[in-house]
Design a protein around this ligand. Sequence first.
Ligand SMILES: CC(C)(COP(=O)(O)OP(=O)(O)OC[C@H]1O[C@@H](n2cnc3c(N)ncnc32)[C@H](O)[C@@H]1OP(=O)(O)O)[C@@H](O)C(=O)NCCC(=O)NCCS
Length: 147
Amino acid sequence: MAVRSPQTSTEWLAYYRLRYEVLRQPWQQPLGSERVPEDEAPTTVHAMCVMPNGAVAGVGMLQPARENKGQVRFMAVAPAWQGQGIGRELLVYLEEAAMQLGYAEIILHAREAAVPFYQRQQYTIVAPSHTLFGSIPHFLMAKTFAR
Ligand SMILES: CC(C)(COP(=O)(O)OP(=O)(O)OC[C@H]1O[C@@H](n2cnc3c(N)ncnc32)[C@H](O)[C@@H]1OP(=O)(O)O)[C@@H](O)C(=O)NCCC(=O)NCCS
């Protein structure tokens, strides 16, 4: 497998489709709700994991946040590929991009069920955050880079 940014229009479609299927469709959210204006910003980094057969197995993005921080959003691994290290590979890719961009820290709002995944990658809970779709509690988490 390889982690890199989407390049072709076909890859961009697959990128957003997986984001929708994992993070929006199960909660009956409309197509298009998986996209945000920050997706188009030149400072945003998009990552996808491509399998040898060309299938997109996982996605994630990094955008700038206040105080020289980066924010990871929309981490999603296809159900069939979860638990096989793909989420970790995506996060490492985004963390390396964050370090190259000079960010001192990464923050993210983790779904409750994903908190142990981020803790495993040395993120710590900062505070409870919002509840998405009236049913998914989130936690603000952070990881500071060693200097
Ligand atoms: C959360 C998610 C991105 C993690 O990706 P993944 O590919 O399944 O995770 P990995 O296989 O890379 O896991 C890395 C490590 O975290 C652990 N882990 C992953 N998910 C976990 C969970 N929910 N609870 C406890 N441990 C978990 C793995 O066991 C693995 O441990 P190891 O270091 O001992 O091998 C993915 O499961 C997913 O897309 N879930 C549904 C959508 C979602 O919640 N996205 C996050 C929104 S904030």
